[in-house]
Design a protein around this ligand. Structure first.
Ligand SMILES: Cc1ncc(COP(=O)(O)O)c(C=O)c1O
Length: 416
């Protein structure tokens, strides 16, 4: 089922105008209810077919602390890819509910995460070396760890984890088995494919179960973590833009869990972990920005808004962002024209929408739809501050970046 169109759910001009008075001409509006509902959809769909499922929200997609708090209220988990994200997650959730992934972990990161009981999925040999050193130095008494595995899936390859086809994974397993203080408790893999289709999830799950069955019963693997890479609920408009088959969460759940039911060899089933990112947060935030000026250069009509390509499309996706115009005054429509919607930085290439057909004037607002995932967290503080994040009632979730915030880590020359 597709979702209601975003403009049915979001504010009219008079509300936007009130927000503008308080927060300026650019802000995100965030819905915690939407995040909660997305989280519940994953949990309910997967647990219906496989009760032993844990949903670990991938914090990299958007690490607003309120999201961590909501996951915690649901008794869920958070997946992190760095110490920075780990420390942010710790503010909301118990360490045992954090999964620590990523190719970069210092010895100190590993000490802390292992001591606190987080699930640490090692990605490289150097991490195994660190863990052995920590055991020898008696920093830790034992280490229960997971391992990220790597294999080929159609139309995609990954550079992470240990390759199960070229001996690297076997080498890692030998290192683990030679040290009885290290316990392998989880296997993990993740792929972000373009199509995010059911077939690749079947292949991924089958591979994971194949490895699980090989390790059983030598290793007490308690978690099969198949990562993220799902599509979330999408409006009809977005579905058309992607021009792809968009499975429902229920279809993903049925596909993955049927492989687990059919192919797991052990009598006791492991916990299934999924790590959805974009699918959990894309639709929880929309970006609103005012048209500051309409100007003509040569024959081109530029509509300049108080945002930038770095904010609207930091990933430089080739897909044109979805947007709506929220008109200042419906009655004063001028003739329809073609506009180039530009950002307010001094970059020549700060063009957000190449071609907008319609009417536009100063004071209209643009609503960029579904800007909750990998948008705010990937926006650099370059020329412009990042906009504030507010709720539908005007409550603040994040302030607009200030010069004090930007300068905080810098050391000023001491004045004599
Ligand atoms: C290890 C891991 N898990 C989960 C995710 C989330 O992926 P997505 O946002 O596509 O669901 C990522 C994204 O890069 C990842 O690297």
């Amino acid at each position: 089922m597709s979702k209601p169109e975003a403009d049915q759910m979001y504010p009219k001009y008079r509300e936007i105008e009130k927000f503008k008075e308080e927060f300026g001409s650019s802000f995100y509006i965030f819905s915690p209810e939407q995040f909660s509902s997305n989280y519940e959809s994953f949990v309910c769909s997967f647990q219906k077919y496989y009760p032993l499922t844990k949903v670990a929200y991938a914090y990299k997609a958007n690490y607003m602390p309120v999201l961590g708090d909501i996951v915690n209220k649901h008794g869920g988990m958070i997946e992190v890819a760095s110490r920075l994200e780990y420390d942010i997650a710790l503010k909301s959730i118990e360490p045992k509910n954090i999964i620590f992934n990523g190719p970069m972990k210092t010895k100190e990161d590993l000490t802390q995460a292992i001591k606190l009981g987080s699930i640490v999925n090692v990605d490289s040999f150097y991490e195994l070396d660190y863990i052995k050193e920590l055991l020898d130095e008696r920093e830790i008494d034992s280490a229960s760890i997971g391992i990220r595995i790597n294999y080929k899936i159609p139309e995609h390859s990954s550079r992470f984890g240990f390759d199960i086809n070229n001996g690297e994974f076997d080498k890692a397993i030998t290192i683990i088995e030679q040290d009885n203080r290290i316990h392998l408790v989880a296997i993990h893999s993740h792929f972000t494919t373009k199509k995010r289709c059911l077939n690749t999830f079947t292949i991924r799950t089958k591979k994971m179960v194949e490895v699980y069955n090989k390790l059983y019963p030598r290793h007490d693997i308690r978690y099969i973590d198949i990562g993220g890479g799902f599509f979330g609920g999408m409006t009809q408009e977005l579905r058309q833009k992607y021009n792809l088959e968009v499975p429902t969460i229920d279809q993903y759940a049925k596909t993955i869990t049927s492989v687990l039911h059919e192919e797991i060899a052990s009598p006791e089933k492991p916990t299934l972990v999924i790590e959805p990112g974009i699918s959990m947060v894309a639709d929880i935030m929309h970006l609103f920005t005012e048209i500051l000026e309409i100007k003509k250069i040569g024959n081109t009509l530029y509509a300049v808004c108080d945002s930038s390509i770095n904010i609207v499309n930091p990933e430089k996706s080739k897909i044109t962002p979805s947007y709506r115009i929220i008109f200042k005054n419906n009655k004063s429509f001028t003739e329809s024209s073609t506009f180039t919607i530009a950002g307010s930085t001094c970059l020549e290439h700060d063009i957000i929408i190449e071609k907008h057909e319609g009417t536009l004037k100063r004071g209209d607002f643009i609503m960029f739809i579904n800007k909750g995932a990998y948008s705010h967290v990937r926006t650099p503080i370059f020329i412009m501050p990042r906009p504030p994040i507010i709720g539908r009632e005007g409550q603040i979730y994040k302030e607009k970046d200030s010069s004090e915030y930007v300068l905080e880590p810098y050391i000023f020359e001491t004045k004599q």
